[in-house]
Structure formats: structure tokens, C-alpha cells
Design a binder for this molecule. Structure first.
Ligand code: TMP
Length: 234
């Protein structure tokens, strides 16, 4: 399978067409951004680490019965994926308060939540990906009610599977972001799941093993991604 045309370039990944109209190649870059790209940098070999970590997680989720766009890993930085039409929502699942939720509700970082919490942000860089609710989603026609029922059900089910997956690696899944796509009339998990898109805290020490090390200049960024890769590969 070869890359033919570049059809999309995002902050961390590039998508290429292939000989097969139903399949794309997702290429992982080392570029890192935060705060709607106000902060920019690179994380050495992040693309290689995230490609491997995401592949492992997609394989695990597929084994749990979650439909995903992942087909197979092709190379260090490339995976073959199903072509989807992305639902323009970032679906955020939270198990503990961190990041934006702390600022929004005045919670302490790490505060317990009585139940897993779902949030939706409208994928729109010019607006800074604003938080939206299900009425906004319906009013703007971003997704149908039927699609939202599927997306919410899948997101919570993925949360349960990923919490168990990471707990075995001595990591607590604090929160994460998902994207879903439409493919042949169905909703499937798309994009990536990696330390770029999750908050991962080591159980016991609370050490951050994710992109917060970059966002907040905590140092040892590459080492944290490497550690997650080592654990998911073990
Ligand atoms: P937040 O607290 O900044 O809203 O982030 C919640 C989770 O979503 C966190 O694990 C990081 C992830 N995330 C992304 O993957 N991409 C984004 O653009 C944002 C804002 C968050």
C-alpha cells in the first residue's frame, strides 16, 4: 500500500489516499501543539511512539468489540486506516478533574468525579473548539440524535475498556479525547489514542505520562511517551 495524494494535514498527523478508495494512510508527525496551537514544538520521535501506542490500543479495543478505523501498522510512522467522514466533534471522557474542567468548575486537579463525564467540543480551529451540548449539536446539524446515542455509548464503553487496559500497566486513565467517523452508514472510532490525547498518571506516584509534560514544560517528555510505549508493548 503506497501513499498517493495528501488529502489532509493536521497538527500531529497527515492523511494520504492509497490505491484503495476505502483506505487511507495516517502518518504520525513529531509536531506538538497545545492551547489551540498557541504553543508549538516537536517531541523527538513522538510520531513513531504514538503510531505504535495507538496501534496497540486500537487492536485491544477491536478485541473488545469496538468498531475502529484501524486496519494495520504499515511502518514506523504510518498506519492503514478505513476512510471515514469525521463527525466534527471532539468527544472528551473524564474520570477525574484535570485541565479545562478544573478551570471551568473551579475543581482541584485530580478531584474525584462521581461518575465518568462526557463532553463534546465542536471541531473548529477558528473558534478554538468550543464546548457544545447536545442541543447545539442538533441545532447545527453536527450529528443526528441516533449518531449521538451511538457515540456516547461507544465513548463510555471505550472508557471502561481503556481504564482496565491502563490499570494493568499501573496507569490511571484520567481523561481522553476521541473522534468518530461515519463509514458505510455506521459510526466507528477514528483518529488516534495516545499520550497526546489522554491524561495518564502513574498509579501511586501520580507522575504524568502524557502531553501535559509538554503543555506545562514539565521536562522528560520523550521519556514519558517512551515509558507508555514500553508498558503497552510488554
Ligand atoms: P482538556 O482538559 O484540555 O479539555 O483535555 C481533556 C483531554 O482531551 C486531555 O486528555 C487532552 C485531550 N485533548 C486532545 O486530545 N485534544 C485537544 O485539542 C484537547 C483540547 C484536549
Amino acid at each position: 500500500m503506497n501513499k498517493i495524494d495528501k488529502i489532509y494535514e493536521g497538527k500531529a498527523k497527515i492523511l494520504y489516499t492509497t490505491q484503495d478508495p476505502d483506505l487511507l494512510i495516517q502518518y504520525f508527525k513529531d509536531d506538538a501543539t497545545a492551547f489551540n496551537a498557541a504553543k508549538k514544538g516537536t517531541i523527538h520521535e513522538k510520531g513513531i511512539m504514538n503510531n505504535r501506542i495507538a496501534a496497540k490500543i486500537f487492536e485491544y479495543l477491536a478485541g473488545c468489540g469496538i468498531p475502529t478505523h484501524f486496519e494495520r501498522q504499515l511502518s514506523d510512522r504510518e498506519m492503514l486506516i478505513k476512510k471515514v467522514s469525521i463527525v466534527p466533534l471532539e468527544v472528551i471522557v473524564r474520570n477525574r478533574a484535570a485541565g479545562t474542567l478544573c478551570r471551568l468548575l473551579g475543581l482541584a486537579e485530580g478531584a474525584a468525579l462521581a461518575c465518568p463525564t462526557l463532553e463534546f467540543c465542536y471541531k473548529n480551529d477558528a473558534l478554538g473548539d468550543p464546548l457544545v451540548n447536545e442541543y447545539h449539536i442538533r441545532a447545527l446539524g453536527l450529528a443526528t440524535d441516533e449518531e449521538m446515542t451511538k457515540i456516547s455509548g461507544l465513548a463510555l464503553s471505550i472508557n471502561g475498556h481503556l481504564q482496565a487496559f491502563f490499570r494493568k500497566l499501573n496507569i490511571e486513565l484520567i481523561d481522553f479525547k476521541l473522534e468518530f467517523g461515519r463509514a458505510k452508514g455506521d459510526i466507528i472510532l477514528a483518529d488516534e489514542i495516545s499520550p497526546d490525547t489522554c491524561r495518564l498518571w502513574e498509579l501511586g506516584t501520580g507522575e504524568k505520562l502524557d502531553k501535559d509534560r509538554f503543555r506545562r514544560d514539565l521536562g522528560n517528555i520523550e521519556e514519558a511517551y517512551q515509558e507508555v510505549l514500553r508498558r503497552v508493548s510488554a
